[in-house]
Write a protein that binds this ligand. Structure first.
Ligand code: ZN
Length: 272
């Protein structure tokens, strides 16, 4: 944990490089550095073949106008969504909160998915935005960089964390829905112990696995086609715990990934 006064998450980029920490993902690094995954890949030849980054790698973070153009508005105030992006990521790239971005694009309220090619209105930044993620991260005592993405290679989010409308009713969506093919292995985001591994159709989770991590964090993986662990079992980070499916209250093949601190729901994307 940082002990200096400099907030870690606010100052990740030094002289155009980024040193990969354990648990980092390429998409997480893209969020932190404000550069698209495509631009990072283009600036770092070894990323063109590697699916995952490794701790200790020093990545070049492009700062040239050309590289930034990929992630910049096509014209002032608008942005064309790129493949694999979601509103949370786009909001952070522009230094906005999700609510600020939704305020300018009300058609996406309620957790509606945004797809590549869609045009978003980017509202002007306000001063209040600077105190976002780092504050949350510290308050919860989490150590960023220690989380592994449950579906390496799959980063398209079809439904963000937060309020949404499902079957005509407003509800809170305590997790993110990640799109991946049926049967894709779902990997433990952290090491821990299996709290639940069962069919939970009463609450709509379908086949679901819940892991308990040593520092009070809990992760849920739902709508699985199969579970690969048993309750009480110890699992290590990255271990397959189930397979992507479409069971329970689900409208398509995807993984519901939920994160909780002592059962208090948190946006999974705030941890990457
Ligand atoms: Zn979900």
């Amino acid at each position: 944990m940082p002990t200096s006064s400099a907030p870690r998450a606010a100052t990740p980029v030094k002289a155009g490089t980024y040193t990969v920490r354990a648990g980092d993902t390429l998409s997480g690094i893209a969020v932190r550095t404000g550069v698209s995954v495509a631009a990072l890949r283009a600036a770092n030849p070894r990323l063109k073949t590697a699916d995952a980054v490794q701790a200790g790698w020093v990545l070049t973070v492009p700062t040239s106008t050309a590289a930034r153009t990929a992630a910049a508005p096509v014209k002032a105030g608008t942005y064309v969504v790129r493949d694999g992006e979601n509103l949370t990521v786009i909001a952070r790239r522009f230094g906005l909160s999700l609510n600020q971005l939704l305020g300018a694009n009300p058609q996406y309220r309620g957790g509606k998915a945004v797809w590549a090619g869609a045009k978003l209105v980017i509202p002007p930044r306000t001063a209040s935005v600077t105190a976002r993620a780092p504050v949350t991260v510290r308050a919860t005592g989490s150590r960023p960089g220690r989380w592994a993405w449950p579906l390496p290679g799959y980063h398209a989010i079809s439904s963000d964390y937060g309020e949404r409308v499902l079957d005509g009713d407003p509800e809170m969506h305590y997790g993110v829905d990640i799109v991946a093919p049926q049967g894709t292995p779902v990997r433990a985001a952290r090491s821990g112990r299996v709290l639940e591994s069962r069919a939970d159709f009463e609450r709509g989770w379908g086949w679901t696995v819940v892991l308990e991590h040593p520092d009070g964090w809990i992760t849920r993986y739902a709508h699985l086609s199969a579970t690969l662990v048993k309750a009480g079992e110890l699992v290590v980070q990255g271990q397959p715990v189930g397979r992507v499916g479409n069971t329970g209250r689900s409208t398509g093949t995807h993984l519901h990934f939920g994160t909780y601190l002592r059962w208090d729901p948190r946006d999974p994307l705030s941890l990457y």
